[in-house]
Design a protein around this ligand. Sequence first.
Ligand code: SF4
Ligand code: SF4
Length: 136
Amino acid sequence: MGYFEMVKIAILTTLRSPATRRYPAAAAKCTPISRGRVTIDPARCISCGMCMKKCPTDAICVVKDEKTWSIDRLKCVVCNCCVEQCPVHCLTMETGYTPSMTVHEGVEVIQITYVKPERPPRKEPDSKADSGTQPE
Ligand code: SF4
Ligand code: SF4
């Protein structure tokens, strides 16, 4: 690289705005495919545990008996696996800005409020039709 070329690059770099952001003072730009944080709709979660099985960092814990869904935000690497695997689509990847954490705030525990709908009572078969008797 020639001397003048080097000077040109140095001057242009000095005049341009920085390529980095002053995080966390300046929030990152969010797009529709940005990954912020995982959220759950507790009214739709069926406690199947699929998200827990697929999470590569063991960030999620589902306790079916206690009806709880918990996440350790410091373990989560926002890979989106849990969101893709949930069979009832009750997990969402928020695209918004996630504030930085300086201390571990503990595991976030969410109480699942989903109630399995009752099955409608089975219809009794018509006894006349079943017995095979022909009307006279
Ligand atoms: S986004 Fe990835 S790392 Fe985070 S909880 Fe879901 S599966 Fe686990
Ligand atoms: S969040 Fe989805 S995948 Fe996880 S336990 Fe609930 S229903 Fe299953």
